[in-house]
Design a binder for this molecule. Structure first.
Ligand code: PLP
Length: 427
């Protein structure tokens, strides 16, 4: 069958009911699954047969939704995780362990930065951070003998930088390692990183994919393109026998298409158990059914708000790659031709005080740490997530005290602008 358009995959991908079966994906709210013989179950434990035995590792509801996300990204295999944090950890830890090294863009979500720079460092995985705007030479210089992966975000939260995916993929492949891209903000509606050379994609499905702020979740998708066996010495976990599964060699038994996700499920999910609940997967699927419609509207609202802010005398600067003057405008034309996302950040001329007055004067937009759902929300890092830092420290970190991040929801653009205008009037 020919490949379906993204709109059709959002609605119908991942689950095709048979005659008389439920039209909507069933929620399989069961921890365990019944078998007639021990032999049947033994085959599952030996990875000789496919099927379900325990919902700490796998559940049919999750697999329908993972299959949809896999189709949307154009991948070969996918799995759901309990959060975006778990997705990024699983994607990295599946190939990088104690004594290994990761190259990562410095412009990534703070939680992912902490995961790599602090928690994974404690586990013996070191990292080198590079600017998303580094040259090819600077990027190549970050690699070491023990480098196992390169990591970046298509559109970074909150800096809104746009990753040069082709450049990062080229450097990763020249060093025999995969590129992992967190595609949360762009979603596969606006960018499909595999088409630009990325090998593995992750998502915080908590954001646009869910889109209604109801369920925390994550996803890992494999392109099936990376040749683990051609780099076998670097990836012993995939290319040498796994004694905890009777000596299976994942890359041999499951090939390029299946090795990464099978190992991630049967080893990491088995041992760490960070699976999404089937109920959350069901909610996620409801969100995915309208992803293509919602993302376009988020982008329209983001563009309208960014243009209004850019022309306002109390605004010092606006970050939004849809604006012609934005630093990432040209790169976005290549990677994000349909639009970027609904998140815009801007700096108020009056600094911290102005941001505080502005935020408390908003009527439609709520103050939240969240982004990327149907309701517009905003955050001033200086008075919330980064409130322990002085203005000087904030400036050094590239976060001006007057910076506000606004996540444009699905409301009417004119209403959003009217709310922002009246709040700016009070500053
Ligand atoms: N990746 C990105 C780009 C994010 O913005 C976030 C959260 O904001 C995460 C990962 C972590 O996702 P979660 O909050 O679902 O664990």
């Amino acid at each position: 069958m020919s490949r379906k358009a993204i709109e059709t995959l959002c609605v119908q991908g991942g689950y095709t009911p048979g005659n008389g079966e439920p039209r909507q994906i069933p929620i399989i709210q069961s921890t365990t699954f019944k078998y007639d013989t021990s032999e049947d179950m033994g085959k599952l434990f030996d990875l000789e047969a496919s099927g379900y035995f325990y919902s700490r590792l796998q559940n049919p509801t999750n697999d329908y939704v993972a299959a949809k996300i896999c189709a949307l990204e154009g991948g070969s295999a996918a799995m759901l995780t309990s959060s975006g944090q778990a997705a990024n950890f699983f994607a990295l830890f599946n190939i990088a362990g104690c004594g290994d090294h990761i190259v990562a863009s410095s412009s990534i979500y703070g939680g992912t930065f902490n995961l790599i720079a602090t928690t994974m460092a404690k586990m013996g995985v070191s990292a080198s951070f590079v600017s998303p705007d580094c040259t090819e030479e600077e990027l190549n210089a970050a690699f070491r003998e023990n480098t196992k992966a390169v990591f970046g975000e298509t559109i970074a939260n909150p800096a809104l930088t746009v990753l040069d995916i082709e450049l990062f993929a080229k450097a990763a492949h020249a060093h025999g390692v995969p590129l992992i891209v967190d595609n949360t903000f762009a979603t596969p509606v606006n960018c499909r990183p595999f088409e630009w050379g990325a090998d593995i994609v992750t998502h915080s499905t908590t954001k646009y994919m869910d889109g209604h702020g109801v369920a925390v979740g994550g996803a890992v998708v494999d392109s099936g393109n990376f040749d683990w066996m051609a780099n076998a010495g670097r990836f012993p976990g995939l290319c040498t026998p796994d004694e905890s599964y009777h000596g299976i060699v994942y890359a041999e038994k499951f090939g390029r298409e299946g090795a990464f996700i099978t190992k991630c499920t049967s080893q990491l999910m088995r041992d760490l158990g960070s699976i999404q609940s089937p109920q959350s997967a069901f909610y996620l699927n409801l969100g995915l059914e309208s992803l293509h419609v919602r993302v376009a509207r988020h982008c329209e609202n983001g563009q309208a708000v960014a243009e209004f802010l850019a022309a306002h005398p109390k605004v010092a600067a606006v970050n939004y790659c849809g604006l012609p003057g934005d630093r990432y405008h040209e790169r976005a034309k290549k990677y994000l031709p349909k639009g970027s996302c609904g998140v815009v950040s801007f700096e108020l001329k009056g600094g911290r005080q102005a941001a505080e007055t502005f935020m408390k004067s908003l009527r439609l937009a709520a103050i939240e740490t969240h982004v990327a759902d149907a309701r517009t929300c905003c955050l001033n890092p200086a008075t919330s997530t980064h409130r322990q830092m002085t203005d000087e420290q904030l400036a050094q970190a590239g976060i001006p005290a007057g910076l506000v991040r606004i996540s444009c929801g699905l409301e009417d653009a004119a209403d959003l602008i009217a709310d922002i205008r009246q709040a700016l009037d009070r500053v």
